[in-house]
Design a protein around this ligand. Structure first.
Ligand SMILES: NC(=O)C1=CN([C@@H]2O[C@H](COP(=O)(O)OP(=O)(O)OC[C@H]3O[C@@H](n4cnc5c(N)ncnc54)[C@H](OP(=O)(O)O)[C@@H]3O)[C@@H](O)[C@H]2O)C=CC1
Ligand SMILES: O=C(O)C1=N[C@H](C(=O)O)C[C@H](O)C1
Length: 258
């Protein structure tokens, strides 16, 4: 499998490059909006560092099978279009997507296989199922979500938090989401509080509270290292290579793994 990795100078891009090297996976392109910021030691000797402006040509010239992306929504839209033009599968973990960004991914998926996941850890996949089960079984319990990330994260709530909230809505119907609280306002019975902490170098914590009058259940996932996301994305890339055009879910990759 011949891989390209975008956001090569970023936290996750760097982690994917390091994980791929440790797994002896072939990264032919490290793509960056600032190629000079990608240290030569970040990539293997046979990996070419290319500016993202040249992505479409580079994908075709290097016969890339899958592009792995952790960048920003505006960049992802351009990268998805380049993948569609070059016939390259796309695995992306970029969060903060609006409906327009999702529309651009759907357009790309008309031409190539596309897999987007807001979280590439196995633990969060299980957490999402557990949250749905708990929200259904404890239907009258208050739900609140707290997520914490490093001080460099720009989108809030996290993509994972949004998908956990969707899991609650799937079993309870759509609930009003209250982001933080201030001042006088009684808690509505069906509201779901959402709280985003940004501090230091926290890799990623998601905690869902379910509180009844006399007991409280908390379901918590704590990522200890970005490597867990990078490994999940590389597993997804191996699974996606050679598939038909269309949109795929990370859960399908994990089913094969189980
Ligand atoms: N799904 C998952 O499992 C995970 C998802 N994420 C998501 O991945 C994304 C990246 O996270 P992280 O690596 O921590 O972020 P960083 O800010 O560390 O890196 C993002 C990189 O994207 C590139 N980039 C290209 N265009 C833009 C742009 N317009 N604005 C900002 N960056 C741009 C830059 O690299 P360059 O200049 O080299 O192109 C930048 O360094 C986020 O959306 C985050 O939420 C993070 C962890 C896990
Ligand atoms: O930006 C991050 O760091 C992370 N982002 C993802 C998200 O928004 O859910 C996944 C993980 O929590 C780390």
């Amino acid at each position: 499998m011949r891989l390209a990795v975008t956001g090569a100078s970023g936290r996750m891009g760097g982690e994917v490059l390091a994980a791929a090297a440790d797994r002896a996976e072939r990264v032919v392109l490290a793509v960056s909006s600032e190629p000079d910021a990608v240290g030569p030691t970040a990539v293997d000797a046979d990996t070419e560092i290319v500016p993202d402006a040249d992505l479409a040509d580079a994908l075709a010239a290097h016969e890339v099978d899958v592009l792995v992306d952790f960048t920003a929504p505006s960049a992802l839209v351009d990268y998805a279009a380049a993948c569609a033009d070059a016939g390259v599968a796309l695995v992306t973990g970029t969060t903060g997507l609006t409906d327009d960004h999702r529309g651009a991914l759907a357009d790309a998926a008309d031409a190539v296989p596309v897999l987007h996941a807001p979280n590439f850890s196995k633990g969060v996949a299980v957490l999402t199922r557990l949250v749905g089960e708990a929200a259904g079984a404890l239907a009258d319990y208050d739900v609140e979500l707290v997520e914490a990330h490093h001080d460099g994260k720009t989108d809030a709530p996290s993509g994972t938090a949004l998908s956990l909230l969707d899991a609650v809505d799937d079993v309870r119907g759509e609930s009003p989401r209250v982001h933080g609280r201030e001042g006088e306002a009684p808690r509505a019975e069906d509201e779901v509080g959402v709280h985003a902490v940004r501090a230091g170098d926290v890799t990623g914590v998601h905690e869902v509270w379910l509180a009844g009058g006399r007991e409280e259940l908390r379901l918590t996932h704590r990522a200890e290292s970005r490597r867990v996301f990078a490994e999940g994305a590389l597993d997804a890339a191996a699974w996606l290579a050679g598939r038909d055009a269309g949109q795929y879910e990370f859960e399908a990759v994990l089913e094969v793994d189980a």
